[in-house]
Design a protein around this ligand. Structure first.
Ligand code: SF4
Length: 243
């Protein structure tokens, strides 16, 4: 295959298949792993996003080969599928249409514009109903420090609520956890309209990581998720702190 691929390592805990539609991502998250994966600098990767060359044609070519495959294709790991450029290029919308056309399954993972997501909800329902939103903070000031150009916390919560009401399977990537209290507050605030949680620790930022008692967080977060009877998955690097 050309552009649909099988993720490896930590990304594999998210999805069996994935596709990156854009190169670059203007959300500019401080913890972004994409520049390291792409062997470039954060400054360059976050300066501009561009469509990948012939991405829609290549995606359709791969999708045709996979027709009927039950593995879910995640959009996207190395860039956000709903960043500002999507309002002009509509690559995500076209990819969702192709997913539907070939009887495939998809899942979105984004911290992008709620307005853009909203416009594609009907298509997401057809392309097998999963919308994932990344959240680390309930406090929007902190969110702005860490994810300066991504959507506000309020926008993300509203689109989750709306998607849940519209019948989509909503899930949250609570990763990276940067502040355990904020992470727990997010679960308390949103558990009624989030069907599934995927939880992972902050990595590659020692100055923050080492200030957190991960064992305590793991205990607290599991207790809370069990109290609300919601489904969840703890990623392996956080699970490793189990007593
Ligand atoms: S949304 Fe994802 S790819 Fe974009 S800057 Fe943030 S972490 Fe990086």
């Amino acid at each position: 295959m050309n552009v649909i691929y099988e993720p490896k390592g930590r990304a594999r805990e998210y999805s069996e298949l994935a596709c990156n539609l854009y190169m670059g991502c203007t959300h500019g998250c401080r913890y972004c792993y994409a520049p390291a994966c792409m062997r470039t600098t954060g400054r360059k990767w976050h300066a501009i996003a561009k469509p990948r060359k012939n991405i829609v044609e290549l995606f359709e070519k791969d999708a045709r080969k996979l027709r009927g495959d039950s593995r879910r294709i995640l959009f996207c790991f190395l860039s956000d599928p709903y960043q500002p450029l999507e309002s002009k290029e509509r690559l995500t919308r076209q990819a969702l249409g192709i997913v539907y056309k070939y009887g495939l399954k998809s899942q979105i993972l984004t911290k992008g514009s709620a307005d853009l997501i909203q416009e594609d909800l009907e298509l997401m329902k057809k392309a097998d109903r999963r919308l994932g939103i990344t959240l680390s903070y309930v406090d929007d000031q902190k969110r702005r420090e860490w994810e300066p150009n991504a959507s506000t916390v309020n926008d993300r919560l509203e689109i989750l609520k709306h998607a849940h009401k519209a019948g989509l399977y909503t899930w949250v990537s609570l990763e990276p956890v940067i502040d355990p209290e904020q992470a727990l507050a997010l679960i308390r605030k949103t558990h009624k309209y989030v069907r599934f949680w995927k939880i992972g620790k902050l990595n590659h930022m020692n100055e923050y990581e080492q200030t957190i008692n991960w064992q305590k967080f793991l205990y607290d977060v599991e207790a809370l998720l069990k109290k609300y009877s919601v489904k969840y998955y703890i990623k392996k690097d956080l699970r490793a702190f189990a007593m």
